[in-house]
Structures are given as structure tokens and as C-alpha cells.
Design a protein around this ligand. Structure first.
Ligand SMILES: CC(C)(COP(=O)(O)OP(=O)(O)OC[C@H]1O[C@@H](n2cnc3c(N)ncnc32)[C@H](O)[C@@H]1OP(=O)(O)O)[C@@H](O)C(=O)NCCC(=O)NCCS
Length: 175
């Protein structure tokens, strides 16, 4: 599959809980690595989580997988950690949709959305244990800011690397 364009669909807990739970069920590799939580509990945490002191509700988004299913879910917050920042709390693709350029396409849409809301930086945290994700973010131009932890994630503990991407370049370099 070649991902040309994607839309970040706002998710609603009442309407989309089961679709999000299904993403976690399919992405059991990530859940086992990250928290060890069940798909149902992870879906509840996904909808509840918001960064401390954020200025507006985070965008909980999904990317459609053709029919009723979701190919990916994510969480984009604004005004955290600083007023002009956006923070990507999660980007999770189901295994069948990885390594086909979809993550890169979704990131392009995330950057567009963050810029539209006035963000000048995009930040995220990568678990030390998640080497593939770290390589992906580095390939996308993200730079290491700091390392902290271990922090508790459900039944696991992780050292976390915070990465940032400047969003303030010329319009042409947003690919
Ligand atoms: C990490 C993750 C978001 C990356 O998304 P992805 O879709 O797998 O990554 P992409 O396919 O966009 O990029 C992977 C490679 O494919 C390349 N690629 C881009 N377009 C492509 C296309 N059309 N076809 C094939 N490959 C393509 C990219 O350049 C990239 O190359 P690189 O490895 O040299 O950097 C995804 O694998 C994932 O959800 N993993 C599990 C959860 C996770 O770890 N999330 C991150 C938490 S911090």
C-alpha cells in the first residue's frame, strides 16, 4: 500500500470505544511492551488521558481502515509542555499497516494540524525499550531533548526519551 493522504478522524468514547479496543487487541505486541494492560483497559486510558495543565482537550484521533475498522489511533495535545507546543501522546498502527509509509503520512497530517493550531514544536516520548519507534522518529527529523524515568505505565516501568521537532520552518519543508 502507498499512503497518499490520510484524515485524522476525531474519536468519540461512546461511539468509537470498541473500534479503539480492537486496535489495541490487534496491536497486542505494543500493549505487551508498553503497559501489559488489557485492550479494554488500554482503550479506557486512551480516552481519559490528558497532559497536566494542557490548555484544551487533546485530539483523540483515528485513521480509517477502509470499512468500519481503524488502521491507527493517536492522541495529540496542545499547550503542553509549553504554551506553543503540541504533544503526541500516542501514535499506534495495527501491525498489518506498519512499514508501508502510513506512519509517515499520518505524521504529515499531525504536523499540519499542530501548525494550524499555532504550535511551534511537536514533542513526544519514546520508551527506551521501543527501538524501532525511536529509529522512526529520528528518521523523521526528531531530536532528543532529554531522558527521564523510570516511569510507571500500567504494569510496566520505562525510561522515556523525549523528542522534539521544530514546526517553524518554511512552509515547503513540512514533508
Ligand atoms: C512507529 C510507527 C508509528 C511507524 O509507522 P510506520 O507506518 O510503520 O512507518 P513508515 O512506514 O511510515 O516508515 C517506515 C519506513 O518506511 C518508509 N516508507 C515511506 N513511505 C513508504 C511507502 N509508501 N512504502 C514503503 N515504505 C515507505 C519510510 O521512509 C521509513 O523508512 P526508514 O525506516 O528508513 O525511516 C508504527 O510502526 C507503529 O505504530 N508502531 C507500533 C506502535 C509504536 O511503537 N508507536 C510509537 C510510539 S512512540
Amino acid at each position: 500500500m502507498v499512503a497518499v493522504s490520510v484524515a485524522l478522524l476525531p474519536l468519540d468514547v461512546a461511539r468509537d470505544f470498541e473500534a479503539v479496543e480492537a486496535v489495541y487487541r490487534r496491536a497486542s505486541d505494543y500493549l505487551a511492551l508498553e503497559s501489559g494492560l488489557s485492550p479494554a483497559v488500554a482503550a479506557r486510558v486512551f480516552f481519559e488521558e490528558r497532559p497536566p495543565g494542557g490548555t484544551e482537550a487533546p485530539l483523540k484521533f483515528g485513521v480509517a481502515d477502509g470499512d468500519q475498522a481503524l488502521a491507527a489511533i493517536g492522541d495529540l495535545a496542545f499547550g503542553y509542555p509549553e504554551a506553543e507546543d503540541a504533544y503526541l501522546g500516542l501514535l499506534l498502527l495495527v501491525p498489518e499497516n506498519r512499514d508501508k509509509g502510513l506512519g509517515q503520512a499520518i505524521l504529515g497530517e499531525i504536523k499540519r494540524n499542530a501548525r494550524e493550531r499555532g504550535a511551534r514544536r511537536l514533542l513526544l516520548g519514546v520508551l527506551d525499550a521501543n527501538r524501532r519507534a525511536r529509529a522512526f522518529w529520528e528518521a523523521q527529523g526528531f531530536k532528543l531533548v532529554r531522558t527521564s524515568g523510570p516511569h510507571v505505565f500500567g504494569e510496566r516501568q520505562h525510561v522515556v526519551h523525549r523528542f522534539e521537532l521544530q514546526l517553524t520552518g518554511a512552509a515547503g519543508d513540512c514533508a
